[in-house]
Design a protein around this ligand. Structure first.
Ligand SMILES: Nc1ncnc2c1ncn2[C@@H]1O[C@H](COP(=O)(O)OP(=O)(O)OP(=O)(O)O)[C@@H](O)[C@H]1O
Ligand SMILES: [Mg+2]
Length: 351
């Protein structure tokens, strides 16, 4: 089992410009800025260049944290998480759990006032400014779905829609916010429904705060790095399928589900990483996306000794939820052995 901690040297933050500012933070318990406590003062001078590029939030002058970051990364963290600090969600940023092309996730020390904490930590996921622009075939996921503003409402303003359509800087910022909102909403709905997902606590335009999975020193590994005993593999496979059903019950297909997006800790699983969720009722690509999710899960569990038929599972679940493949041919009505049916299936699922 491997730790998810990586070195600060692995970080390359070349996209700090275009960072959206934080909005929509719960302000019910705003922290008054400390004046006496010098240990919280940020002593880093703001370079003129950065100051021009990045709007500094309220918390910048006193949000200091333990994690040792490069200057650029520190600015990025302060801008993305400073509002959470001000609102007393978190008191410190401790470690980088994982930094990648799309987002960085940090282990943070929670403020003791945060409700229902099982341990003193929170995980903060900060999105890279251009991550969603780099998402391959993003239209496949966006098909049929409305873009959401920072309050989670569908964007109906024609100027905003035009900006997104034209991919202006403003439009791209709106699209970025919408992806983050989709992830946060999916977490809220699925957590409420009892799915095995992190407890979502708060969101900014560029970050999500959720329960942290792992121990004091090591965060939970992703399932793809774990070898399971056969009995446990069978149980966890059933558990993942249960979660997939809960998602369908709530009109969500994960869209990037695999053992890489499932955390494993103390024998339990937690599904993560939801910005690309699709609605199976409106997205015409949904079945193909769903079948791919199911297939990837089955492939991992096959490597752990649990054999299954992903196509059959996907078709049966789809049918059980009364969902239709578009055009109007239900996958369960197709015969895998029939050449014509098979060709139709492949054209529909993109395989
Ligand atoms: N709530 C959490 N608790 C502990 N670790 C987490 C949590 N959420 C995410 N992580 C860690 O951060 C990593 C990246 O998270 P996530 O998959 O949501 O972002 P991502 O940018 O899509 O990353 P990737 O491209 O690697 O899938 C995860 O693989 C996991 O190691
Ligand atoms: Mg991921």
């Amino acid at each position: 089992m491997s730790s998810n901690r990586i070195s600060i040297n692995d970080i390359d933050l070349d996209e700090i410009e275009n960072l959206p500012t934080i909005r929509n933070l719960p302000r019910s318990k705003v922290r008054s800025k400390p004046t006496a406590n010098k240990s919280r003062l940020c002593v880093q001078p703001i370079q003129d260049e950065i100051a021009q590029l990045v709007e500094q939030p309220d918390g910048e002058d006193h949000f200091n944290f333990t994690y040792s970051a490069s200057h650029h990364e520190r600015q990025w963290i302060v801008n993305s998480l400073g509002g959470f600090y001000d609102s007393q969600w978190l008191d410190d940023v401790l470690h980088l759990i994982k930094g990648g092309k799309e987002a960085h996730v940090y282990q943070c020390l929670a403020n003791p006032s945060v409700p229902n904490l099982e341990q003193p930590y929170l995980a903060a996921k900060i999105y890279r400014p251009r991550m969603f622009r780099n998402l391959r075939k993003d239209h496949v996921y966006r098909e049929g779905r409305q873009n959401l503003d920072e309050n989670g409402h569908a964007i109906i303003n024609s100027g905003m829609i035009h900006a997104m359509h034209r991919h202006t800087a403003y439009g791209q910022e709106l699209l970025h916010t919408s992806w983050v909102e989709y992830e946060f909403q999916a977490l809220c709905v699925l957590f409420e429904a009892g799915a095995d997902v992190p407890h979502p606590y708060a969101r900014g335009n560029n970050a999500i705060l959720m329960s942290y999975i792992g121990g004091d020193d090591v965060s939970a590994p992703t399932l793809n790095t774990v070898d399971l005993r056969q009995k446990e593999a069978r149980q966890l496979f059933d558990r993942v399928l249960h979660n997939i059903q809960v998602m369908l019950d709530h009109h969500r297909v994960h869209g990037d589900l695999s053992a890489y997006n499932i955390l494993y800790w103390n024998g339990d699983i937690t599904l993560i990483d939801f910005p690309q969720v699709v609605d199976p009722q409106v997205n015409r690509n949904a079945f193909g996306i769903f079948e791919r999710d199911v297939t990837r899960i089955c492939e991992y569990f096959a490597s752990q000794g649990v054999k299954s038929n992903p196509r059959r599972i996907a078709a049966d679940l789809w049918k059980a939820h009364d969902l239709r493949q578009m055009p109007e041919v239900h996958p369960a009505l197709l015969d895998e052995e029939d050449e014509t049916d098979r060709a139709f299936w492949q054209s529909q699922s993109g395989s």
